[in-house]
Write a protein of this length. Structure first.
Length: 256
């Protein structure tokens, strides 16, 4: 999902205007690696850990800046303390740097993290100065319309417009990659993506000891007794049943 965007303009030095990419910590290294592999000479900076000593002016010199949602929240809270005493350290003064840059483009990966505007993460993203917004998510199904409208507001669309014409808006700003589209892009020419045929194999397990059999029976009985509404408890018990098939000691917590 995105607002209107175009080719990235350059500043007076010929460098592209800065793009900020906000993502979960688990994806930080992957993004950094992929950018370096698939681009040629883009000035990339990771605003995390020791990299957080950079000032807003230093961040603006880079074409791509990577950071995490939690760092953004911490940075946003720090930037609200404009009346802090002058005795701050250089590291303290650098905090709030993300809000000190006018970003040409903001990219939020795993945008499901910010679908609730009442959260600190969404508010921190909303307060950033940005010209264009791209939101990427592999979880397109929303629990309610409000969550979808929150993502649209984060794309710089006005609240009244989002509330009134969100259906029409989605048709113009949402980019969807369906299986049919992917199938036409991957694989040899004309053949598309070919999924392997699903094969199911049933393996009959012979318990080596009576203890293994009894452990599994207890797990199975507990699973049957769980009410259907408690999905997380049922899934947890099924996982222990699978563990018990490998070795009963892996599922000893069943005795609780």
């Amino acid at each position: 999902m995105c607002s209107s965007d175009c080719n990235t303009p350059t500043n007076r030095d010929g460098c592209r205007l800065p793009t900020l990419v906000v993502l979960p910590l688990s994806l930080l290294n992957q993004w950094d690696r992929e950018i370096r592999v698939h681009t040629h000479g883009l000035k990339t900076f990771v605003y995390y850990a020791e990299g957080r000593t950079a000032s807003a002016a230093q961040l603006a010199e880079h074409e791509i800046v990577l950071t995490t949602y939690d760092v953004l929240v911490n940075d946003d809270e720090s930037s609200n303390g404009d009346d802090a005493p002058h005795s701050q350290t250089s590291q303290d003064m650098s905090r709030g740097a993300l809000r000190g840059v006018k970003w040409h483009r903001l990219v939020c990966d795993e945008a499901a993290f910010i679908k609730n505007l009442d959260t600190q993460r969404a508010r921190a993203v909303y307060r950033l100065k940005k010209a264009h917004v791209w939101l990427a998510t592999g979880s397109p199904v929303q629990n309610n319309i409000k969550e979808l409208q929150t993502l649209l507001r984060l794309c710089n669309f006005s609240g009244s417009f989002v509330d009134r014409d969100w259906r029409s808006l989605c048709r113009h700003v949402m980019l969807r990659r369906t299986m049919a589209i992917v199938a036409g892009e991957v694989g040899s020419a004309g053949s598309g993506l070919k999924m392997p045929k699903l094969e199911e194999t049933t393996v009959t397990l012979s318990w080596i000891t009576d203890n293994e059999r009894e452990t599994y029976k207890k797990l199975a009985s507990k699973a049957k007794a769980i009410k259907g509404a408690v999905h997380h408890e049922l899934l947890s018990n099924v996982m222990r049943m699978r563990q018990a098939c490998n070795h009963p000691s892996l599922a000893t917590v069943v005795e609780r």
